[in-house]
Write a protein that binds this ligand. Structure first.
Ligand code: PLP
Length: 372
């Protein structure tokens, strides 16, 4: 709540002002007040957010971008050169796969896909590739697979690769990958960090000073920075992240156990369930199990209809806001990976469980399942 958020020294305003100015008066050429010169190279509202991001993830440096994908792009271009490979988790966000295969691929970057929850498979795949980056989401999107971050970091570092964790689903309120040995944390701040479905943003947090210099240069030179209002909204969202994640997790746990016993549901994917294959690792490395629950319908053909039948859960892309959303990955968030090795099964529906009354949410799901 407090990192980077000191009151304004000139007025005493408890909330630091939002700085919209694109340029900064100089006391003689090069005489900068506070180091600010031009809005793309630096802005005090963005600095406030980056200070906050570094604090919540426990990193030395943080960078805020216009979107999660802009952050990923800057990081990958800071690290990779032609001939390098990236070892990618088998159900990462489809846009990450698209960025790597369709934008960086033509520049000579290779992609290998592996189930990151299987560390033996990761070690085997590493041995046969030129991977310089291991890229994982845990919990993953949308199948909620869990990777042992400390174990992955050891395997990656032994092979001389950087370990990047997309921490969008857990958020630092529940899991801090840098503390577990990861090198870089990536966020779509559009999700839980912003938390209210009203800002698109991205973030990188890391320790290594040399890599931070390269990322900072790309942020400045390619220019995909977050605007001042977006930075402010993200900052405001982060102040309530801890209590929101607690409530998201409580509601999701109740919904997972409701769905688990329901006749129309074949499988519930939620790391908080004791029979989830990653449950023990998740219990070790996360403070709670998060707000995303996915399910496979017993009659796979009804998944699409189920996603269109809820009322309180709104049918929409994205996740991580205070309001509950339902998504049909095959035709929505993951349509870009249909037919690839990252395709999501057609019977799967993803729920982003909000912070509403859990009784209302369960009523809504019960009604939608009953109508199939
Ligand atoms: N990472 C994850 C896990 C995501 O779910 C998303 C978007 O859905 C992204 C990255 C990309 O972020 P953005 O949409 O902010 O560019």
């Amino acid at each position: 709540m407090h990192a980077g958020q000191a009151f304004d020294p000139t007025t005493g305003a408890v909330i630091p002002p939002v700085h919209f100015s694109t340029t900064y008066a100089q006391d003689g050429i090069g005489g900068l007040r506070g180091g600010y010169e031009y809005g793309r190279s630096g802005n005090p509202t963005r600095t406030a957010l980056e200070t906050q991001l570094a604090a919540i993830e426990g990193g030395a440096r943080a960078f805020s971008f216009a979107s999660g994908l802009a952050a990923e792009d800057a990081l990958l271009r800071a690290i990779l050169k032609p001939g390098d490979d990236v070892l990618l988790g088998s159900d990462v966000y489809g846009g990450t796969y698209r960025l790597l295969t369709r934008i960086l691929g033509p520049w000579g970057v290779g992609v290998r896909v592996v189930d990151m929850s299987d560390l033996d498979a990761v070690a085997a795949r590493l041995a046969e590739s030129h991977a310089v980056v291991l890229w994982v989401e845990t919990p993953s999107n949308p199948l909620l697979k869990i990777t042992d971050i400390a174990g992955l970091a050891k395997i990656g570092h032994d092979a001389g690769a950087l370990v990047v964790v997309d921490n969008t689903f857990a958020s630092p309120a529940l899991q801090r990958p840098l503390d577990l040995g990861a090198d870089v944390v990536v966020h779509s701040a559009t999700k839980y960090l912003g938390g209210h479905s009203d800002v698109v943003g991205g973030a990188l947090v890391l320790h290594d000073e040399a890599l931070a210099e390269k990322v900072g240069f790309l942020q400045f030179a390619a220019g995909a920075v977050s605007g001042p209002l977006d930075a402010f909204l993200t900052t405001r969202g982060i102040k309530t992240l801890g209590i929101r994640m607690q409530r998201h997790s409580e509601n999701a746990a109740s919904i997972a156990s409701f769905l688990n016993g329901h006749g129309r549901v074949a499988t519930v994917y939620y790391p908080g369930l004791a029979d989830h294959p990653g449950h023990d690792i998740a219990a070790r490395q996360m403070k709670a199990f998060g707000g995303i629950v996915s399910l496979a319908l017993a009659d796979g053909k009804t998944a699409r209809r189920f996603a269109e039948s809820t009322r309180l859960f709104q049918l929409a892309e994205s996740l991580g806001g205070v309001e509950s959303l339902v998504n049909y990955p095959d035709a929505m968030t993951h349509a870009s990976v249909r037919g690839t090795e990252l395709a999501v099964p057609e019977d799967v529906v993803r729920l982003s469980v909000g912070i509403e009354s859990v009784d209302d949410l369960i009523d809504d799901l019960e009604h939608a399942l009953g109508s199939l």
